[in-house]
Write a protein of this length. Structure first.
Length: 301
């Protein structure tokens, strides 16, 4: 069977808490969206969502102008019924998974500008019928980044991605700003964090905006001459964030807050077919990450 590669662009931030030079080498994250009423369903029909994310990064090579690294990532998104007699759709009975290997290329043009390119072959599916070519997508992104000073840099780019639960054209924005212990870090359209760091760099307190989404292949179902074969998921959240140094390069991330927007639906030709979106609600999130460059930077200061 010939594999079809559908090219999409998405920006995936490794961590919303890290500085530009503080790239985690490995980590795990767990998230829970509390049960809320599913829109358009009988009262008491509620759904919750559990997410797990795991990643590890490896440098491949580096020269004074060019570097290449790779990040392996595995994610699970599990919607579930928390109340109600009958689920409105069997899509709540599946776990949606992504497995990707992202290659990150950075090339320095001069003392201020560099170009960053990311390409990530990705499996995105519920895998209920094994593996097929339709499970494969290729995630890509390109950003031009400028270093204005040691405390300020920004990047701009453009992509075609699935951050909002379906395929669409998306701008990309990166921002790093540091003033004393005050920091603003943006990796849009994925996340934005504003926080205060202690002088020892052992504690970061602030708030974060997260945008997470996925577009998963499911077995084809034909209804009224339309083929339903995708599930789209989107979650936009905001709330307080805390990052705590546990020991050495190991950090604990704690988040919580409110869902500004949710989306959970089946799709036909990138258009919503059935909408099973839960109402807005609360979420909690915890993770651990290995960030050795924070130790190095502290020693150099």
């Amino acid at each position: 069977m010939m594999i079809k590669l559908s090219i999409v662009t998405i920006f995936i931030a490794i961590s919303s808490y890290c500085y530009a030079q503080d790239i985690p080498l490995a980590g795990a994250q767990f998230r829970y969206d509390l049960p809320t009423q599913i829109k358009g369903q009988p009262s008491g029909t509620k759904a919750a969502v559990t997410e797990q994310n795991y990643f590890v990064s490896f440098p491949l090579f580096s020269t004074p102008k060019t570097s290449l690294s790779t990040t392996a990532r595995y994610s699970l998104m599990s919607p579930s019924m928390q109340s109600g007699d009958v689920a409105p759709s069997d899509i709540f009975d599946h776990t949606y998974q992504t497995l990707s290997m992202r290659f990150n290329l950075s090339h320095k043009l001069n003392d201020q500008w560099n170009i960053q390119l990311a390409v990530a072959p990705t499996l995105s599916s519920d895998f209920s019928e094994g593996l097929s070519g339709k499970d494969i997508i290729v995630l890509t992104q390109v950003v031009a980044r400028k270093r204005v000073s040691s405390d300020f840099s920004y990047g701009i780019g453009l992509g075609y991605g699935t951050n909002f639960g379906k395929k669409m054209l998306l701008p990309a924005l990166q921002l790093d700003y540091h003033a004393n212990q005050f920091n603003v870090v943006a990796f849009l359209p994925s996340n934005l964090a504003v926080y205060y760091s202690t002088a020892s760099n052992n504690l970061h307190l602030g708030g974060a905006l997260h945008i997470a989404g996925g577009y998963y292949h499911i077995p084809d179902e034909v209804d009224q001459n339309k083929t339903i074969n995708r599930v789209g998921y989107r979650n936009i959240t905001i709330g307080p964030s805390v990052v705590i140094k546990i020991a050495g390069p190991l950090y604990l991330n704690l988040d919580g807050g409110y869902d500004l927007s949710r989306k959970f639906a089946t799709y036909s030709d990138n258009k919503v077919y059935d909408d099973f979106t839960p109402a807005k609600g609360m979420f909690i999130q915890a993770g651990i990450s290995l960030v050795p460059s924070r130790i190095k930077r502290k020693k150099n200061n």
